[in-house]
Design a protein around this ligand. Sequence first.
Ligand code: NAD
Ligand code: DAU
Length: 334
Amino acid sequence: MKILITGGAGFMGSNFVKYVLDKYKDYKVINLDKLTYAGNLENLTLVENNPNYIFFKGDIVKKNDIKKAVGKGVDVIINYAAETHVDRSILNPRSFIETDVLGTYELLEAVRKGLAKKLIQISTDEVYGDIEAGEFYENSPFMPNNPYSASKAGGDLLCRAYKRTYNTPVIETHSCNFYGPHQFPEKLIPLFITNLLENKKVPLYNRGQNIREWISTWDHCRAVDKILHQGKIGEVYNISTGERLKNIQVADYILNELGFGPEMIQHVQDRPGHDLRYAVNHDKLAKELDFKPEISFEQGIKKTIKWYKNNKRWWKKLKDKAFDKYYQKQYKKL
Ligand code: NAD
Ligand code: DAU
């Protein structure tokens, strides 16, 4: 099988590139990535010399970049490329609309023109908005609340429209929060771990009362693997675990594991429009594709903390170069 993975130098994309090349020795993987601040070829050193792997630097918003990357055609495009950080989308929505909406459009056009046999659109539970109690299902309406989730919803709605109007072969996923190695240290878990490893406090919004549902990189790769091989064209699959935690609980896990107490929490101004609770039902994936998560949050967070402890060289320069400057600007504006 020949797969184009877009955004394969980012957090989850790079984990999936490595997962596929390790598991399927005869598959070819082409990685098309713009290398934004979140794209990092150091995530892929394990596979850079693998003869079944090719990297193209390019932009999914540019159809010629997509054409060059697919060459004579691929079996499937798996779209991990996106602008992904909610706080950044609040500061500057434009790049989110460009990549997450227009980029998805260009990939759909490539599939419509026959450059790929199908598109798997990796999307988020955030498109459903937040829910005080109960769960979202695959047919729940889209009610996004921030520029990131609205942009992802825009891309997903185009997927829906292309399926219906042109019969374009598309499968969509809506996943809960990922965590694990190589996540850019701006998201809750890597930010908190790396701050504590530097003896800095951790900035908690809304006293940690918001709830997120967590899946490890390993389980997310397994779920996408199932969808790639057994998923039905035209279908939508939620990917989740049922492990729903208040942010204060996540913070407590990390503080305890690193030997700190609540004195290291800094309660800061809340994120504007902050979604209170995410919860997606994944019965469809479990029943139709026999998917069960294998790693509990407790096991996964321990492994993740260990990885960040052992890979300071990887995250230190990311924090020094992009992150601190970005956050100073953010806090001034809010
Ligand atoms: P990430 O921010 O770590 O990486 C995104 C990658 O996309 C980077 O390598 C970046 O260089 C690349 N990229 C950005 N714009 C591009 C463009 N125009 N053309 C080509 N490449 C471009 O992302 P992530 O957190 O690993 O998320 C991957 C996907 O999963 C995204 O679509 C995201 O919406 C979705 N998702 C993420 C989460 C999560 O918790 N992180 C949860 C659910 C869904
Ligand atoms: O639900 C899936 C989504 O999860 C993905 O689609 C997004 O790409 C991904 O970024 C993530 O969005 P969140 O907003 O949930 O993730 P983040 O790590 O930014 O924040 C998680 C929670 O922690 C959220 O309630 C806000 C809170 N938080 C976050 C940061 C960065 C803090 O309290 N302090 C912080 O400094």
